[in-house]
Design a protein around this ligand. Structure first.
Ligand code: ATP
Ligand code: MG
Length: 433
């Protein structure tokens, strides 16, 4: 058999047997967002290319090498979103959400698209969960946002993740810093990689983010941004650290964190796993006070983070955290013969109307195979219908786990449901819940 199509390189299918893991994590993420007062925002999967060019930044790897950009039939350039912040920020400005009162707190679940070399923890289509705060300039907002990310990891039982923070200051502090970096890196023009050489003129801070081992080694002794912070930025960073300490959130200052996107100012941070190898940053975030103006809007101090969901699930797996399989309340009605099958068809519909799960045979299996199937799908209860049951208007409801049985009437739909709900099968909790 030759399939006519296969999945695109760097994409993954999430199959029915695994989707409960995603749903489990997504539920905790949205619940934590609710606790912190965030509401969900959903934006389109594609946007005008210029949104990302300006928002994410021309000098970044994302814009220079990784975007899926295409022209529409009308000749407009569109791009599949490579990240979630630019679209959310655009929506906020377009709908004037800042008029509703500040701060605005929004969270999102998105697919992202980046043309990268696929490897463990790095895909071309991947999923992010993000939290964004707009209109909050106080350093306590930075600390609160970091606490939100931390409490997500705590709730998931992930304790081998550490937090690294840095401040990359404001454009003013960066002027002097860029000068110092250029001077430093200019000594190494014959060893830096080609990409970093081109970064040297326009955006030398990007060199600190290079993944090449040679550039990484050179970057180790580069001047540190924290020595170049202006008084305001220095105070902001100190306060963030004080608040984190007050909240009992452990962190280390890592002056080489600059993040891969251009919109960051002041605080940047990463949560890094000790367990999943090279692609170990599970969460990246920070403050982006200049983004709104960059997009043509009014100045609005903002901040946010994004968690890569594939990496989050990888870390959970690596740490041996077992995600509980969803409880099933499924009733399986096995049937033998045409009359019984028709009855099963009618009864499952009645059961489903009450919100309970019910299934019967739709592929023409024999009775034995039907029961085997009921076991396979983890049915909690079963009923077997044959000519006798139809004639007598009664059947046996069985708890598949305990083997306990009780009689139920099958003639009248209402009585059947009453019997089901009243069935005392020792652990028949889901019928009575
Ligand atoms: P990296 O340095 O690993 O490339 P990044 O700085 O490009 O990450 P961000 O743009 O800040 O990452 O995205 C936030 C998070 O999204 C990352 O910490 C990571 O968990 C996840 N992520 C980023 N790119 C990918 C990808 N190609 N595949 C899977 N997850 C990704
Ligand atoms: Mg990247």
């Amino acid at each position: 058999m030759a399939l006519i199509a296969k999945k695109i390189k760097g994409t993954e299918d999430i199959l029915p047997r695994d989707s409960y893991k995603w749903q489990f994590v997504e539920k905790i993420l949205s619940d934590e967002a609710r606790v912190y007062g965030f509401s969900e925002i959903r934006t389109p999967v594609f946007e005008q290319t210029k949104l990302f060019q300006r928002g994410v930044g021309e000098g970044t790897d994302v814009v220079q090498k990784e975007m899926y950009t295409f022209e529409t039939k009308g000749g407009e350039s569109l791009t599949l979103r490579p990240e979630g912040t630019a679209g959310a920020a655009r929506a906020l400005l377009e709908h004037g959400l800042y008029n509703d009162g500040l701060p605005i707190k929004a969270h999102y679940f998105t697919t992202c698209y980046r043309y990268e070399k696929p490897q463990a923890g790095r895909q071309r289509e991947f999923h992010q969960f993000g939290m964004e705060v707009y209109g909050a300039s106080d350093p306590i907002a930075d600390a609160e946002l970091i606490c939100a990310a931390k409490s997500i990891f705590d709730r998931l039982g992930l304790f081998n993740i550490h937090l690294e923070i840095n401040s990359i200051g404001c454009p003013e502090c960066r002027k002097n810093y860029h000068k110092a970096l250029k001077e430093y890196f200019s000594q190494y023009t014959d060893t830096l990689c080609g990409t970093c050489l081109s970064r040297l003129e326009k955006n030398p801070m990007r060199i600190l983010d290079c993944k090449s081992p040679v550039c990484k080694e050179i970057a180790q002794n580069a001047p540190k941004i924290t020595d170049f912070l202006c008084e305001d930025c220095d105070n902001h960073f100190k306060k963030v650290q004080q608040y984190l300490t007050a909240a009992d959130v452990a962190f280390t200052v890592n002056s080489s964190i600059v993040r891969g996107l251009d919109y960051y100012t002041n605080t940047v941070f990463e949560f890094i796993s000790d367990n999943i190898g090279a692609q170990s940053t599970v969460c990246g975030g920070g403050r982006y006070n200049g983004l709104m103006e960059e997009l043509g809007g009014q100045p609005l101090a903002s901040l946010g983070f994004a968690i890569g969901l594939e990496r989050l699930l990888m870390v959970m797996d690596a740490e041996g955290i077992e995600i509980p399989k969803p409880e099933t309340d499924m009733l399986y009605i096995a049937a033998l013969g045409d009359k019984a099958q028709l009855k099963a068809f009618e009864l499952v519909r009645t059961v489903r109307e009450t919100g309970l799960g019910a299934q019967f045979d739709i592929v023409g299996r024999g009775l034995k195979a039907q029961m085997k199937y009921a076991n396979k799908i983890g049915a909690k209860y079963s009923i077997v219908l044959g000519d006798n049951e139809i004639e007598e208007g009664k059947a046996i409801l069985k708890n598949m786990e305990s083997g306990n049985q009780t009689e139920v009437s099958i003639d009248d739909a209402n009585i059947f449901i009453e019997n089901l709900l009243a069935a005392d099968l020792s652990d028949a909790v889901s019928f009575t819940e």
